[in-house]
Ligand binder design. Structure first.
Ligand code: MRU
Length: 360
């Protein structure tokens, strides 16, 4: 029996008419649950990053479509709702993957049957995600155990962004092996990148703190220095889209960590459930759409003021030009392995071929 994930950011109501989600724009300072029961509310939650992280975005969108079909189940409403939800964020392929899976299941059905089947399919997407992430955790734990045999001391692992339970339906991807290492008594210490501009590192710190995992929160720019000084044994990150050649698209700043890891001979893994692999992508740098988000995310920063109130403060002069690409691409030659629910695969088209067969 698979243990229950330490955190579940999306809970489906018993009547499947609504989902309760943790508002990740207020974490880690405020634990606020939002009830979503319409397509538009789900779309807003994805756009505004109330729910975020590739697998969770896909799962939430599936429920958004189910809610849309409660209002109207015509072909036209089905198609329109899929493009409406698909347009919320461009980079995480799990969004279009989940909606394409729902469409394939629903389109052939008479409208009268679509709502119930949509709810069943959305539930399956959620259950599969949690199971896939737990399996990623087990394969990742095996890697950490081998590394521990080599180092014979607490392992120091660096992670970027939040690829934890919060970013999925359960267990997380990059954090799943860390949860299992902790519960199996394998000593680990984690370097947590702050991950500007939205500080997803604070979400990772919140998760690891709850799980009692020893960790240190660092500025994004500290990673290279830590690696140069032999303070990092392994880097594990998540991904929003992996190409058929093993190129990894993840939160902005991941590429720089991969470069430093390569320079230092430090293993760099991307942990992804197989829906995050986009087999249609041949040239990741040209073909993967990189989201450009509102530059206020860069020029302002959110946190608690002295009175303990959640607030935002401006960090730049007024009127400064600013840019905010939200993701980057780490080429396959910098990736030591793609860690999936089926095991670890070499980051190359030849290396991923057996996985592709499994995913057909
Ligand atoms: O902008 P976000 O917070 O949705 O970006 C999330 C990431 O980049 C994660 O690393 C990725 O989605 C994997 S989540 C398991």
């Amino acid at each position: 029996m698979r243990p229950v994930s330490p955190i579940r950011p999306l809970i489906v109501s018993a009547d499947r008419a609504q989902i309760e989600v943790l508002d990740q724009t207020r974490l880690p300072h405020e634990h606020h649950v939002l009830t979503l029961n319409s397509r538009d509310a789900v779309a807003d939650a994805i756009r505004n990053m109330v729910v975020r992280g590739a697998p969770l975005i896909g799962a939430a969108a599936a429920w958004g479509l189910a809610f849309a079909l409660r209002d109207a189940a015509s072909d036209q409403h089905l198609e329109h709702s899929i493009s409406y939800l698909n347009a919320t964020r461009p980079t995480a392929v799990n969004l279009s993957w989940a909606l394409a899976r729902m469409h394939k299941r629903l389109q052939p059905l008479p409208p009268s049957q679509r709502l119930e089947v949509a709810q069943q399919e959305a539930l399956m997407i959620c259950e599969e995600d949690e199971a896939q992430n737990y399996a990623i955790g087990q394969h990742g734990l095996a890697i950490l155990k081998t590394l521990y045999e080599e180092k014979k001391r607490p392992l120091r692992i660096l992670t970027h962004c939040n690829a934890g339970a919060l970013a999925t339906v359960g267990w997380g991807t990059a954090l799943a092996p860390l949860y299992l290492a902790q519960s199996s008594g394998l000593p680990i210490e984690v370097w947590v990148d702050e991950t500007r501009p939205r500080n997803q590192g604070a979400l990772t710190s919140w998760e690891l703190h709850r799980a009692g995992v020893k960790h240190t929160y660092v500025a994004d720019n500290a990673g290279g220095h830590l690696m140069q000084h032999g303070l990092v044994d392994c880097v594990i990150v998540g991904a929003d889209r992996v190409s058929a050649q093993g190129d990894v698209c993840n939160k902005i700043g991941t590429y720089l960590k991969a470069l430093a890891a390569k320079e230092g001979g430090i293993p760099f893994y991307a942990a992804v459930p197989s829906p995050t692999i986009d087999w249609t992508i041949q040239d990741a740098l040209k073909e993967i759409p990189i989201e450009e988000r509102n530059t206020d995310e860069v020029t302002w920063v959110q946190g608690l003021n002295q009175d303990g109130d959640l607030t935002s403060v401006r960090v730049t002069p007024i009127g400064v030009m600013s840019g905010n690409p939200a993701f980057d691409v780490t080429p396959a030659h910098l990736v030591s392995g793609i860690l999936t629910e089926h095991g670890v695969y070499q980051a190359s088209s030849k290396g991923l071929k057996p996985l592709r067969e499994k995913c057909r």
